[in-house]
Write a protein of this length. Structure first.
Length: 496
């Protein structure tokens, strides 16, 4: 236990402290922007980011991952806030947390096994594109000073690490934000800054119970929103956890992450914040800045609330162009450039799944829809591929009046039609043997196909022997088949 605490919290103190500071600075305009998307006061997003980051640092399953208010979640809240107000949003946030905890106990994190690598790659590429697109408005209808600051920021981010010793000690995004803020203030340039995004809160969050009636009507109103928030939140969090796993070459507890996200959202809702989840952009910033442990997430949350409450006058001076440079770095680092090079090498089905996932996520700005479409396409391609491996052979030693068919491969909904079409029902023969020793029957469609074959032969007066079923297939066939039930077969053969 003590060893785990030491590893997760104190094995990388300097790196986690500096990375947490960088993330806190990057979280402020993001949280304000997401609050605006959800049409609530900026402090709702800032309080949420503080609460979620601090709580998830203790209860999350992926050390070093940043969770806070996010755009994907904010988009789902707009209608609820418009029609029912902030208090119902807070209640929906608490219910979102409860549903996520239930998902953790039901081990729904195991469903991530069905998300293929091509879907994950598409998800990552789409997020990189969305992160970059979110920066574009900051570069439209502005003076040349903004472009100068943004370009200077990118130069600092990529060139500062090349400086011996100091370049490896201090995260370049932190140098970019602090250095450019000082320069812009010193030069007196009036360019968009964090203060222009909205008024920062001047008090710490306090505990408050959502002011809504505790009855069935309230539950009917908030449940659809909470269910959608819970699904999107877990989906983004688990996929981000997988990405951080890859970046750090470590593993994480996905089930604990489900429960942790739920606890964090309950805390956010009871402290006046909106629902949130893991953030791939800030998580990548954290990792790239040297953050690895829970301390980095905790520091990000604590520093965030200190900055916006006690140092709001200074924080409001940070030029948005400096943060645009940081987020552009995140976008470039997040995008899987190898996926472009691999388009020639990978199968067409894999490329289609990846590109479609990207297109749907970017078009809808909804991660859940994009991933669902990607998973569905991957499943269909997989089913089609597996169905091709089923073959039926006619043995050479058959006599004129007998036939011996050997079925090899997987029989299920995608190969059932091919299974039926492989038999010749019009031959004038007395007996047919269907050997299933090297076949596997998966579903009721496969069982129905077997029934269909047996009945077609019997209608032609041919006796059918079905042999060689393995135990798993036999269980399915015994439960759903009618080919060895004379009464049922007789009904079908007579047309009833």
């Amino acid at each position: 236990m003590l060893q785990t605490i030491k590893r997760d919290w104190f094995s990388n103190i300097r790196g986690d402290l500096l990375a947490g500071l960088v993330v806190a600075l990057a979280l402020i305009p993001e949280a304000i922007a997401f609050s605006i998307i959800a049409e609530v006061d900026p402090k709702v997003g800032l309080y949420a980011s503080f609460c979620i980051a601090v709580i998830i640092a203790f209860v999350g399953g992926r050390p070093g991952m940043i969770s806070a208010a996010t755009g994907a979640m904010a988009l789902l809240m707009v209608t609820l806030v418009k029609e029912h107000g902030l208090q119902y949003l807070l209640a929906a946030t608490v219910l979102t947390g409860v549903l996520q905890i239930i998902a953790g106990f039901l081990r729904l994190d195991n469903l991530m096994r069905f998300v293929s690598r091509s879907v994950v790659t598409g998800f990552v590429n789409a997020l990189a594109i969305l992160i970059f697109m979110a920066q574009v408005p900051e570069l439209i209808n502005v003076t040349w000073h903004v472009y100068a600051v943004a370009i200077a920021g990118l130069c600092i981010i990529y060139l500062f690490p090349l400086i011996p010793v100091i370049g490896k000690v201090i995260p370049s995004p932190l140098v970019c934000i602090v250095g450019l803020t000082i320069i812009v203030v010193a030069l007196g340039w009036e360019i968009p800054n964090v203060g222009g995004k909205g008024e920062l809160p001047d008090t710490l969050p306090v505990f408050l119970w959502p002011d809504v009636p505790l009855n069935l009507d309230t539950l009917i109103i908030i449940f659809p929103y909470s269910a959608a928030l819970a699904v999107v939140g877990l989906l983004e969090s688990l996929m981000t956890a997988g990405i951080v796993d890859d970046l750090t070459d470590t593993t994480s507890n996905k089930n604990r992450e489900c429960k942790g996200q739920g606890i964090a959202n309950i805390g956010a809702g009871l402290m006046g914040g909106m629902a949130g989840c893991a953030m791939i952009g800030q998580s990548v910033i954290n990792v790239k800045s040297g953050g690895r442990g829970r301390l980095s997430t905790f520091v990000a949350g604590i520093v965030l609330i200190i900055l916006v409450v006690f140092l709001d006058e200074w924080i409001s001076l940070i030029p948005m162009a400096a943060l645009v440079a940081v987020m552009t770095m995140v976008s470039i680092g997040t995008f899987s450039w190898s996926s472009i090079r691999d388009l020639r090498k990978h199968p067409m089905s894999t490329n289609l799944v990846m590109v479609t996932t990207v297109a749907v996520v970017v078009a809808t700005h909804n991660l859940a829809i994009g991933v669902f479409v990607g998973v569905l396409m991957a499943a269909l391609f997989f089913a089609n591929k597996i169905s091709r491996f089923m073959v039926i052979k006619r043995k050479a030693e058959q006599t004129d009046l007998t036939r011996y068919y050997e079925v090899i491969g997987q029989v299920f909904f995608a190969s059932a039609e091919k299974f039926i079409g492989s038999f010749d029902f019009k031959e004038a023969i007395d007996e047919v043997t269907i050997d299933l020793s090297h076949a596997h029957f998966w579903d009721i469609t496969a069982v129905g196909a077997l029934d269909n074959v047996v009945i077609k032969f019997r209608r032609e007066g041919t006796h059918v022997n079905v042999v060689g079923l393995n135990e798993a297939s036999k269980t399915v066939v015994d439960k759903f088949s009618i080919y060895d039930n004379p009464e049922e077969v007789e009904k079908l053969m007579s047309g009833h």
